[in-house]
Ligand binder design. Structure first.
Ligand code: PEP
Length: 255
């Protein structure tokens, strides 16, 4: 069974008190029959405080990044165990901002996925092409390369703890989302890669999220597409009202 997920990536937003207030308000708003997994990804500084107040039966949480080493002289980095010690269960790996602003390579992302899984964190692995790559007809080539590098060290017994977020870079924070057809095409391609590397059962049960300018006004048509199993939301996850609206729209579409 594929798990449907609506996740919020807060990026470099919200102080500790703002984060706590947000989670409390969100929790209050989730007082209905919730059929999907809600996740929030606050900045590192808010993880511990959120861990103390969150009702994990309603909201899961994790970090936006981590380093692959366990400990040591890596100034500015945090480890999977540190995230876990705050109560976090997930980690975003390979977000396009990590790849393109901070220069993270496919190799580094593969090592992070491995380290997250070995420590018992569930990685949400982001993949997606840039605009020039799409325009050059290289979308599938880019996705395939990122996929194989990210899951290079992941055997079949670990893959079920992973989630993939297809996030075309040109759609992130731009207000221009992929069309449902473009999202569907990319998700089908990723599912095909999962089938090739693992097997049909893994591919069938695997959660693939779409991310890139998702908002209450476009989530219904995107979620209607087969193979879109939820969303990784940036901008629209920063306000309880819009995040909750997306959650409710998707939840109402589930039987
Ligand atoms: C993101 O940061 O993962 C994202 C999808 O951002 P936005 O929804 O703002 O495009």
């Amino acid at each position: 069974m594929r798990q449907v997920i609506v996740a919020g990536n807060w990026k470099m937003n919200k102080t500790v008190s703002e984060s706590v207030e947000f989670v409390k308000e969100l929790q209050e708003g989730l007082g209905f029959d919730l059929k999907l997994q809600v996740l929030v990804f606050p900045p590192f500084t808010s993880l511990y405080s959120i861990g103390r107040i969150v009702d994990k039966s309603r909201i899961g949480f994790g970090a936006q990044n981590m380093y692959f080493e366990k400990a040591g002289a890596f100034t500015g980095e945090i480890s999977a165990d540190m995230i876990k010690s705050c109560g976090g269960e997930y980690v975003i790996v390979g977000h396009s901002e990590r790849r393109h602003i901070f220069g993270e390579s496919d190799e580094v992302i593969g090592r992070k996925v491995k380290s997250a899984l070995e420590s018992g964190l569930k990685p949400v692995v982001c993949i997606g092409e840039k605009l020039d790559e799409r325009e050059a007809g290289k979308t599938e080539q880019v996705i395939e390369r990122q996929f194989y590098k990210a899951f290079e060290y992941v055997q079949e017994d670990m893959i079920e703890d992973c989630v993939i977020a297809y996030e075309p870079v040109w759609a992130i924070g731009t207000g221009v989302n992929a069309t449902p057809e473009q999202a569907c095409e990319a998700h089908d391609f990723v599912r095909g890669l999962l089938e090739k590397k693992y097997n049909g059962g893994v591919a069938e049960n695997f959660t693939i999220l779409y991310g890139g300018s998702v908002k209450p006004g476009n989530c219904k048509e995107l979620f209607e597409k087969n193979g879109v199993d939820g969303f990784l939301v940036g901008g629209a996850s920063l306000k309880v009202v819009s995040f909750l609206e997306i959650i409710k729209i998707v939840n109402n579409m589930l039987v």
